[in-house]
Design a protein around this ligand. Structure first.
Ligand code: HOZ
Length: 419
């Protein structure tokens, strides 16, 4: 049988790239089948190399809040190509992006730009250890903070999708610095601080979990975390790589009115180009080199392309705050009619259809999902022109480019799923 162009490209890719992909979940291992190789994106739609078009709810895993190729960002990028792509030296644009971030997220009194969410969380953790002089970190089961060695313990996202319980290549001593607790359990947090309080450098959390599917924080969970960190002298790190500029312009910390000590952001702040940042209290950030002894650096950090796209995105969001109401209303419309027997979680424009009959509040309840049924649903939607994340343990994203008619078409496709 003749291969489709995507199938042929996957065969070719596998010869040069492990699994044919540059990030594991993209390989469709848990849902089966061949990932469409993407030719282009416009607005809320993707077109693959075989000419199929899909309404896209992955949105590059979150960054594309305005959809594919929004004019404001494309114009800004055209302009920056005239001045250069990388200098490895400071530029005025970096200050502008840092100022835009500080203005939207005031807890980030000082900001350092890096290149990926993984770099941001890795650096934030180092800063927390350097600042407190302590080694232990608390994280939550099913949360994913990039592929940082010590944070891959009981991680979500691809680790959950592929069922890799203990990633090879991580020294036991690194994993032993991490205490993994059930998400949304205040009693587990209290117990961990009671036994290890003086040694805990930081609690790191996705304030809205997105990497085991979308799970909102239970009432009081973030408040208790804030209080315990303050009482025990540990730093509270909000990993807002997914939620920053997504669940509100000021992220989950604005939505839930909690002030972390350190925040990591990425995705949306690059307008679709690779960039991330960490930042927080000035007294903590002033411990970073060159002013302090905690070292962190990067050749392409603050490169003009990503910074320019980020400025265009954040200036657009500052000037158009109604974007958040619009995409939240569209996501509510999408989530109003889930397929039968499905639990829906939604926060702002993040959502997940969980194929279980139990409320999903943590990793254990997420794991009650019927992943085989999810896979059938995923392929049903793909066959009907809707591109969802190829894993039960990921969030979906709606963009400002999704019109009511796109949402209605998606709901229509979901309603014909036979189970
Ligand atoms: N870790 C990402 C989702 N949470 C997946 C990134 C990708 O495959 O591009």
């Amino acid at each position: 049988m003749k291969l489709s162009k995507s199938e042929a490209l996957l065969e070719r890719a596998r010869m040069s790239i492990p699994g044919g992909v540059n990030s594991p979940v993209r390989a469709f291992r848990s849902v089966g089948g061949t990932p469409p190789f993407i030719a282009s994106g416009t607005g809320c739609r993707l077109t693959d190399v075989d000419g199929n078009t899909y309404i896209d709810y992955v949105c590059s895993w979150g960054p594309l809040l305005l959809g594919h190729r929004p004019p404001a960002i494309i114009e800004a990028l055209r302009g920056v190509l005239e001045i250069g792509t990388s200098f490895g030296a400071p530029t005025e644009r970096e200050i502008r992006l840092a100022e835009l971030i500080r203005e939207a997220m005031p807890s980030m009194e000082m900001v350092r730009l890096v290149n990926s969410g993984t770099e941001a969380t890795m650096s934030a953790l180092r800063v927390a250890r350097g600042f407190t002089g302590r080694d232990l970190t608390i994280k939550f089961e099913g949360c994913y903070h990039g592929h940082v060695d010590s944070l891959l313990v009981k991680a979500g996202s691809g680790v959950a999708t592929l069922g890799i319980p203990d990633t090879a290549g991580i020294p036991k001593a690194f994993a032993d610095t991490t205490i993994a607790l059930p998400y949304n359990s205040i009693s587990a947090l209290e117990a961990a601080f009671a036994s290890n309080g003086p040694n805990i450098a930081a609690v790191i959390v996705e304030p809205v979990a997105g990497n085991m599917g979308c799970i909102p924080p239970a009432t009081g969970f973030l408040e208790a975390m804030r209080d315990l960190c303050t009482r025990h002298g540990a730093l509270l790190i909000f990993d807002e790589v997914m939620t920053g500029f997504r669940v509100a312009r000021g992220g989950a910390q604005q939505r839930y009115s909690i002030k972390p000590d350190v925040t990591t952001i990425g995705k949306i702040i690059g307008g679709g180009l690779p960039i991330a940042a960490y930042g927080g209290r000035a007294d903590i950030m002033m411990k970073i080199a060159p002013v302090g002894p905690i070292y962190q650096a990067g050749t392409l950090s603050g490169n003009p392309l990503a910074v320019t796209a980020g400025i265009a995105m954040l200036e657009y969001l500052a000037a158009n705050p109604s974007v958040y109401e619009i995409i939240e209303a569209r996501t509510a419309q999408l989530c109003a009619k889930p397929p039968a027997g499905v639990m829906v979680n939604r926060v702002g424009s993040m959502f997940t259809f969980f194929f279980t009959d139990q409320p999903v509040t943590d990793y254990e309840s997420a794991k009650t999902c019927d992943t085989k049924k999810f896979s059938r649903f995923f392929h049903h939607m793909l066959d009907n022109g809707v591109y969802l994340a190829p894993s039960q343990f990921e969030a979906g994203f709606v963009s400002a480019a999704h019109a009511e008619a796109d949402i209605a078409a998606t709901a229509g496709a979901a309603s014909t799923f036979a189970g």
